[in-house]
Ligand binder design. Structure first.
Ligand code: AP5
Length: 210
């Protein structure tokens, strides 16, 4: 398996880029946030256990997340995979490293100035059907409130309210940013300036992934 990890604060553009690059470069895109939101919608056990934690902007437990991702990866032995939103803690990264076939090839850090992240997140709208992300100012849909891709209704994520966003950014600093040094030490860390326009970021990522 060939695994690339997208690392970055909430709102840094991981999902936007992963969706585009997966289609263009033949990667399987696995977003743990999307998986959890689907589980909540379906009312599964995992969804029920995770909902309140996600709504508060905190991280779901490592044990739930590791089991979730290992189950999916075990079905994709030869795939090229972009992991978007996993790992998010050092124990999650160590769980990938424990199995030679799920060792991370590249970890790409998305760098965006902190003050821009709040505006990106509070203005984000996602399609309730296909999950495609838009932004009321930076990436508006052609028809207001309607997904360009599938015609679904655009909604605001419950955890994109300003107070929850502040918690999520704090959680990122405390629990996820140590992974930058973790992958730097493994010499697998790359960085993109994710403040740039979407197409520029996409080109920079394509060079790293090719
Ligand atoms: P998750 O869904 O993974 O949320 P996140 O990491 O907080 O990331 P986001 O989806 O908010 O941001 P993004 O970087 O994908 O940005 P996007 O491309 O949408 O996780 C949600 C929750 O699930 C977590 O809080 C946690 O509770 C739980 N969870 C998930 N995984 C977990 C794990 N492994 N362990 C424990 N808990 C876990 O872009 C944001 C906005 O900016 C959009 O509106 C977009 O249109 C716009 N935009 C994108 N790029 C640009 C650009 N270049 N210029 C201008 N605007 C842009």
């Amino acid at each position: 398996m060939n695994i690339t990890v997208f690392l970055g604060a909430p709102g840094s553009g991981k999902g936007t880029q992963a969706k585009r690059l997966a289609e263009r470069l033949g990667f399987v895109h696995l977003s743990t946030g999307d998986m959890l939101r689907a589980a909540i919608q379906k009312g599964t056990d995992v969804g029920k256990r995770a909902k309140a934690t996600i709504d508060r902007g905190e991280l779901v437990s490592d044990s739930i997340m590791i089991e979730l991702i290992q189950n999916v990866l075990s079905e994709l032995p030869k795939a090229k995979v972009i992991l978007d939103g996993f790992p998010r803690t050092v124990p999650q990264a160590q769980a990938l490293d424990q199995n030679a076939s799920t060792k991370v090839n590249k970890a790409i850090s998305f760098h965006v100035d902190a003050q821009k992240l709040v505006e990106r997140l509070t203005g984000r709208r996602i399609c309730e059907k296909c999950g495609e992300p838009f932004h009321v100012k930076f990436m508006p849909s052609k028809v207001a409130g309607v997904c360009d891709k599938c015609g679904g209704k655009l909604i605001q994520r419950a955890d994109d309210s300003e107070d929850v966003v502040v918690t999520r950014l704090d959680v990122y600093q405390k629990q996820t940013s140590p992974l930058l040094n973790y992958y730097k030490d493994q010499e697998s860390l790359f960085q993109v300036e994710a403040d740039a326009p979407v197409d520029t970021v996409q080109n920079d990522l394509t060079k790293i992934l090719s």
